[in-house]
Write a protein that binds this ligand. Structure first.
Ligand SMILES: NC(=O)c1ccc[n+]([C@@H]2O[C@H](COP(=O)([O-])OP(=O)(O)OC[C@H]3O[C@@H](n4cnc5c(N)ncnc54)[C@H](O)[C@@H]3O)[C@@H](O)[C@H]2O)c1
Length: 304
């Protein structure tokens, strides 16, 4: 396939299956699609003389770390076949770089989020927190499930590091250039600041001015409690620092992109009767947010 594209200076390899929880159920999909297909792609790229590759790696390579933030020297220990698939591709790229076959940058994204004019975050099926929260506020979904309320974090929900897609795009442009003088790079792309799931939901409520019906349900297999980026390679090697990645900016841009895509959101809300419904619950009202399914999940923690 790469041959059909003609000569290429560089390839940016985003394609993958992306769900850690799915990978726990059907790991073979991840070894075939994320690993085997990537290796075939690399062979094609080498055949046509493409010299630089950017690989969308993931903080999932680090697995369930307890010390935050996580810098690039931390020994990877993937907790899911998804994370393992990313690490296996990174390892293969290491050999290709060391043998002078293909230069590459493995960019370990933390949580890509936000939006730009005309481009909103969307997955099929949607599994990401901010787009789902926006589906709720625009009436396209009734409520938002949060997977696990008993993690050892400040409010019991998972902590993630949200980095704006515009900042990620900037890092990619810089990484292509950096491969002019490096054979291989492995770089974290995050902000160094973690937000809990409930903090994200609160930010979406604050930005949109609408409350969100939250239900805390069972943990999802494959989810680490925390993932917050550390390390200075992005600054040192790429001259990169996030500029649009405060949680509020990420959410505000996601909301702007979502409204552009769904301009009739208020009509949807009205049609579904959401406006007249009993006022939706706040993310902070955890006790009232619990669904019947979550009874066994949320327990008062010591000292809380
Ligand atoms: N979104 C994040 O927070 C995040 C975090 C870390 C890493 N990543 C990585 O970034 C990349 C993009 O993620 P995303 O969030 O945009 O997910 P996404 O699901 O929107 O994009 C992945 C795309 O790859 C396509 N794809 C999968 N297998 C393919 C194949 N064999 N051939 C061609 N296309 C294929 C899918 O159809 C999908 O359109 C992925 O590699 C993902 O693992 C994303």
């Amino acid at each position: 396939m790469a041959g059909a594209l003609g000569p290429l200076d560089a390839c940016v390899h985003f394609a993958a299956r992306i769900e850690p929880s799915e990978s726990m159920r059907v790991p073979e999909r991840y070894s075939v699609n994320n690993v085997a297909a990537s290796l075939r792609l690399f062979e094609s790229l080498i055949t046509i003389g493409c010299e630089r590759l950017l690989f969308s790696s993931s903080c999932a390579v680090y697995g369930n770390q307890t010390q935050m933030p996580i810098d690039e020297d931390r020994v990877p220990a993937p907790h899911s076949p998804y994370g393992q698939s990313k690490l296996m591709v990174e390892d293969a790229l290491g050999w290709l770089a060391r043998r002078g076959r293909l230069r590459s940058a493995s960019l370990r994204y933390f949580n890509a989020a936000g939006g730009t004019a005309g481009h909103l975050e969307r997955h099929r099926p949607e599994t990401h927190l901010i787009p789902i929260a926006l589906e709720v506020v625009t009436g396209r979904r009734d409520h938002l499930d949060i997977f696990g309320g008993d993690y050892p974090t400040r409010d019991g929900t998972c902590v993630r590091d949200y980095v704006h897609v515009s900042d990620l795009a900037d890092a990619h442009a810089r990484a292509i250039d950096a491969l002019g003088s490096h054979d291989q790079l492995t770089v974290n792309l995050g902000t160094g600041t973690g937000s809990t799931n409930l903090e994200v939901v609160d930010a979406v409520s604050a930005v949109t001015g609408r409350p969100i019906d939250v239900r805390v349900v069972q943990r999802r297999p494959g989810d680490p409690a925390e993932a917050v980026a550390g390390g200075s390679r992005a600054a040192d090697l790429l001259g990169w620092a996030p500029e649009r990645s405060t949680l509020r900016e990420v959410v505000a841009d996601a909301w702007t992109a979502s409204r552009a895509q769904w301009p009739s959101a208020s009509v949807v809300l009205a049609l579904r009767g959401s406006i007249e419904r009993e006022p939706l619950r706040s993310a902070r009202g955890l006790a009232s947010a619990m669904s019947p399914r979550s009874d066994s999940v949320l327990r008062p923690r010591a000292g809380s």
